[in-house]
Design a protein around this ligand. Structure first.
Ligand SMILES: Cc1cc2nc3c(=O)[nH]c(=O)nc-3n(C[C@H](O)[C@H](O)[C@H](O)COP(=O)(O)O)c2cc1C
Length: 189
């Protein structure tokens, strides 16, 4: 199973980088290891390789995903941690501190295998929401404009909008609007 999360990493100067990624548990039942697979080139990949640590944020605030993929809001509040760990998002539901165990090289998309050192729950999981699913899907689509068929993007947009119209709260509506503007900009070019 792939979990859509926010990965926080640091570079050598301890500058935090925030990026949405799909991650996998290697041993799902025991939750000991996680695989992160960033495409090349990416800041997340460079940071993972050079400082060998990351924090995985499991967060239901989809504005973070939308803000980053659109470039509208790339910086989010962070809660600092001990020097050995990477800061987590202040409003995350839960997080895991990771240490890089192994980098499995690949020309396109290396696999970064990480050990889970610590898990903390800060806010309860509030159940599934269809509008949040729609925002995540549209966010992914918006990172692939020009790579996937334009008609497919339009069809999927129409389908995903149903979840927004029926179930969105204010944050989901705002996040949707940000990504919608990015996609509109692409089609108007
Ligand atoms: C839900 C979601 C999942 C994503 N998963 C991945 C992923 O697994 N690998 C990846 O390279 N990019 C993924 N992306 C795209 C990256 O977030 C985006 O390209 C980002 O800029 C990463 O590059 P950076 O580390 O240089 O910021 C995902 C985007 C979204 C919205």
């Amino acid at each position: 199973m792939i979990h859509e999360v926010i990965v926080t990493t640091v570079n050598k100067d301890n500058l935090v980088h925030i990026a949405p990624m799909g991650i996998k548990f290697i041993d799902h039942a025991n939750q000991k290891c996680i695989k992160i697979s960033p495409f090349k080139p990416s800041q997340t990949l460079d940071n993972l390789v050079s400082t060998k640590k990351a924090t995985i944020n499991f967060i239901d605030d989809v504005m973070v995903f939308a803000g980053i993929v659109t470039g509208i809001k790339k910086e989010w509040d962070l809660s600092p941690q001990a020097k050995d760990n990477v800061a987590h998002l202040s409003n995350t539901n839960s997080y895991m501190n990771l240490k890089v165990l192994n980098v499995v090289e690949d020309e396109l998309r290396p696999n970064i295998i990480c050990n889970i050192h610590d898990t903390q729950n800060l806010r309860p999981f509030m159940g599934f929401n269809r509008a949040q699913f729609s925002v995540i899907e549209l966010a992914v689509l918006s990172t692939r404009l020009g790579m996937i068929d334009d008609e497919k993007v339009k069809r999927e947009y129409e389908y995903l909008k149903i979840g927004i119209d029926k179930t969105a709260g204010e944050r989901e509506k705002l996040a949707w609007n940000w990504i919608e503007d990015k996609i509109r900009g692409y089609f108007e070019k």
